[in-house]
Design a protein. Sequence first.
Lengths: 415, 287
Amino acid sequence: MNKIKIFICYLIVLTFAKFSFAEVAPGFNSWDDVLGKAKGGEVNVYMWGGSDAINGFVDDFYGVPLKNDYGITLNRVPLKGTVDAVNQVLSEKEAGVTGDGGNIDLIWINGENFWTLKQANLLYGPFAAGLPNSEFVAWDNPAVNLDFGRPVDGMESPWSSAQFHFMYDSARSNYDDMPRSYAELSDWISANPGRFTYIRPGKGGFVGTRFVKQIFFELSGGQAQWVGPFNQGLYDQWAPKVWELLNSWEKDLWRGGETYPKDNAEMHSLFANGEVDLDFTQSPRGAGPTNTAGTTPPTSRAFAFYENMIGDFNYWAIPYNAPNKAAALVYANLVLEPELQAAQVQPANGFCCGWGISTAKVTDAAGQAAIADAQNNLGDAAEDQNILAKALVSDIAAEYQDLIEADWEANVLLK
Amino acid sequence: MNQNLKKINIYSIYLGAFILILPIIAFFINAFSFRWFYPQLIPKELSMQAWVRLKLIPRQGNRTLEGFLDLWATNPTVIKALINSLTIGFVVTIVSIIIALPAARVLGLFNFKFKKLIIFLMVSPTILPPIAFVLGLNINFISLGFSGSFFGVCLVHLVPIMPYVVLTLTGIFANYNPDFEYQARTLGANKFKTFYLITLPAIAPGMVVAALFAFLVSWSQYLLTFLIGAGKIMTLPLLVFSTASSGNPALTAAISIIFIFPAILILFFTSKFVSGESSATSGFGKI
């Protein structure tokens, strides 16, 4: 009899133990536990600081509720490049800084930088699925659960999305005359010599790399075969044809292809000063953000090819030695609030990126209303959202990026 | 003939000044322009948007005294960075002079074995690019717990500053005659009084120049501040660099004005010490 009692007690204890050890994130038993530990602290957010619109958005839309609702002080650290934060974490690892002795709580990250940290076991997690607002994230979508073809595994949580497409100036060109594929772009370039250039693929020029990557998709008949692990044979089969096409453009490019803009900021400047007629954008709002900031003419508009426009998500990751992990979790959860997601798409707020959540998963009325309102306000500087959605393809394994950047330099720039 | 030469000299000074000032004028036009694209010769649209974005000037319709005070009370990043830059600059300047004074006195007044080697080692940070030593230094600073701290940033700023301060003060002491101090001591002045009444006035112009060097070198540090400060100690060069990558010329110009203004102000107030007549710049004597 006694033995049975003990056995039942044992079962009960086990059940409770199982419950209490079901962590929302490593080291935290429940979301209330997270909120409690986060209160009164600060959160050090390391992010690329090149867009004052994004900086201002983070300060106003996250800094204020963090302070008022959660008692957390936001300390945003602007970086010249995300790789600076990655190097900082690597240095801290080398110096043996563990536990919560680091400096960085959150890094705005994706692609290669994420993979560097994940591979070296320098990230805290998995935490993404434990966030209450994770229910709005389309985790079954490969564009979300793969980051440049690499599994996310809950080690980063999405913030927003971007999709490559183009801009033109409606004061100079007509929407109907815009090319809708690389084949049409080739014709457009020879018909408009000196009026086009693209961003040099390479350090800081990932938008240019993306532009070249999409040529691989079009020439090879679609993006589907490029999904999955890196395939050297496939790359070798198509690369010569891509370099051939790019070299055939060269004489009709801006300054005869002698030099290329190194990032999107330089490209905007060439476009705004009338040196070239087409520009690149990554924003689902097209020319809206740069028109508002005054870095492109107010008459600028967006257009997309009908196929192979790469889109991706960007994320927040927490280093293994983050000093305020609880506050970092609160922040990563806050940015997924449907109302705040709608705010980042709302043109008046100046932020340039798109949804990090799947808007279809939002069921409460206030969230739905905010989302609908943001979508209705996209304005005429944006391309038709249906065209963008139809052309959307995900990015591919990160190895391709390095290869394209090195080979472009050897086969196009230095040829 | 002589008169003509003088005229030409004066014109060349004006030309030199004009060339120096021209980029600064461009800063001011850019900072208040909006959508200043080719082929506009002068900006068509003037705007405060850059200053509004930096949170230094309130949005239109809110530009009352109260509006300004409310905005500044939110502690904008630019003001935080400005205060940090100034504080670090002043602390580092004072510390560097306190460290350099005894060293410079010995180097300037005495000859001893390996003096040339010691001077060479002291100026070596000016030859070595910061990136060569700061990555290694960063790891040491992290394990010592100095990373991300105000103290660590001040300490690392001393590395590029010390050569300038030591060399400037050594030049002063090379032309300095310590016999005046002995005279004062014989006349009954104590050590402190001697320093205060004899040594200090003699080396003051040189100290001002050394301080100027120290402050300006500290003022313009990007890499050292960024790495050792781990991004937590926000200074103006950090803001200038990250803003310059945004490709918004108005914003970059506005923040550059804030960056160069205190430096110009300090240069202005110390200019009489830097001119040719000052003993501070009369050469490095017999070192």
